[in-house]
Design a protein around this ligand. Structure first.
Ligand SMILES: Nc1ncnc2c1ncn2[C@@H]1O[C@H](COP(=O)(O)OP(=O)(O)OP(=O)(O)O)[C@@H](O)[C@H]1O
Ligand SMILES: [Mg+2]
Length: 239
């Protein structure tokens, strides 16, 4: 049965769909069969996929399906779970009733966090939702925060500097969550691939693409080191 991850943030435009396509390409390159479930009725992820198909840029090892209700998400997981190694569910950017289904289906919930107060608050809401689900269902779903759209000037912003203490505060309050060290920078190539260019990993290896590829490789390595089966590093416990 495939392991299931999801990208969740109530903040529209937080970077969920971009994160899905970036890591999906990396997992696919590592030989995993990846199914992406577009659970956002605005169909951004499947729109990208459609463009990729029309431009003959369909990546190997990746498939995309649409399922935007509790019933269809559960049905797609049951129907396709054996055929794939990894399923990633892209959640809508609003607090919707299917959020609980998406969280409850996942072993790992990823929240992209831009250096902005609304994005940080939305990540906090997702932390609460995951922890509530765990408490209620006796589950052990992990939550990870991933900083995205980072620029060098943005690192001076108060909101950027607030992310780490915010996550540390949640942990001190007893919530299970973690902040990844790897950040996604603001990069043109991350935007450009949305125009049907396939995955990041299919782009010609220019210097900017090499940097982006390195960033996403580190991200996937770090995500895999924090899966539920993996022991929590001492530094995370202390953070
Ligand atoms: N690291 C990044 N570098 C450059 N552009 C980015 C990055 N992350 C996201 N974007 C851009 O920001 C916009 C919003 O990103 P995205 O669609 O991934 O967010 P989302 O959370 O899925 O939004 P929604 O809530 O509408 O589904 C897009 O135009 C995307 O190309
Ligand atoms: Mg989206």
């Amino acid at each position: 049965m495939a392991r299931i991850y999801s990208t969740v943030s109530n903040k529209g435009g937080a970077g969920k769909t971009t994160l899905v396509t970036l890591i999906a390409g990396e997992y696919a390159l590592r030989g995993e069969r990846v199914l992406l479930i577009d659970a956002d009725p605005r169909l951004n992820l499947s729109g990208w996929w459609k463009l990729c198909r029309s431009k003959d840029n369909v990546p190997d090892n990746i498939s995309v399906t649409i399922a935007a209700s509790r019933r269809t998400i559960e049905a797609e997981i049951a129907r396709l779970g054996q055929e794939f190694d990894l399923i990633i569910i892209d959640a809508p950017g609003v607090d919707s009733t299917i959020q609980e289904t998406i969280i409850g289906s996942s072993e790992l919930v990823l929240s992209p966090v831009q250096p902005g107060i609304k994005e940080i608050e939305a990540a906090g809401q997702t932390v609460a939702a995951v922890n509530q689900f765990n408490d209620r269902a006796g589950a052990n779903i992990r939550h990870l925060n991933i900083r995205t759209r980072i620029t060098l000037p943005a690192r001076n912003l108060e909101a950027y500097r607030y992310v780490r203490p915010f996550v540390a505060g949640l942990r001190e309050a007893g919530y299970q969550t973690a902040l990844l060290d790897t950040e996604l920078f603001e990069r043109n190539v991350y935007r450009e691939i949305q125009n049907g260019l396939g995955t990041l990993q299919m782009q010609p290896l220019t210097d900017p693409v090499k940097k982006a590829r390195y960033e996403v490789q580190s991200l996937v390595d770090e995500i895999e080191s924090k899966r539920p089966g993996e022991p929590i590093a001492a530094k995370d416990v202390a953070a």
